[in-house]
Design a protein around this ligand. Structure first.
Ligand code: MN
Length: 128
């Protein structure tokens, strides 16, 4: 079975790009366009990994991450923050909220695939 990745992203262009890159590498992509549907999809779909945009129209990606990481049912799913803000302190804010890692925008194919593969392998190693 292919690994399933939930992408929480409100920008259709970014979503298309992420989907194209991940599908080309054999991943299955589940889409959510805001924070609350992202949280719901984490429960309903039990994805192998979550890509979480930070700026979302309802609750932001960091708050969605906090909520997911507060519940034992879903908190082991790795979450990688996607953020346009390369500002100093941004990485720290993501990690403080409970994100396992961080991918700065603009997204590049190699960085996205390498980071996703790293966290998915790590999770499978822990389960084995
Ligand atoms: Mn956004």
């Amino acid at each position: 079975m292919p690994n399933r990745i939930l992408c929480v992203e409100d920008n259709p262009q970014n979503m298309r790009l992420v989907r194209k890159i991940l599908c080309s590498a054999g991943y299955e992509v589940i889409e959510a366009a805001d924070g609350n549907s992202g949280i719901a999809a984490a429960y309903e779909q039990a994805p192998d990994l979550i890509l979480m945009d930070v700026n979302l129209p309802d609750i932001d990606g960091l708050e969605a991450t906090r909520q997911i990481k507060a519940d034992p049912q879903v908190r082991d799913i790795p979450i990688l923050a996607l953020t346009a803000n390369a500002m100093h302190g941004d990485r720290e804010r993501c990690l403080e909220a409970g994100c396992n890692g961080y991918i700065p925008k603009p997204i590049t194919k190699n960085e996205l695939l390498n980071t996703v593969a790293h966290f998915i392998n790590q999770t499978e190693y822990k389960r084995a």
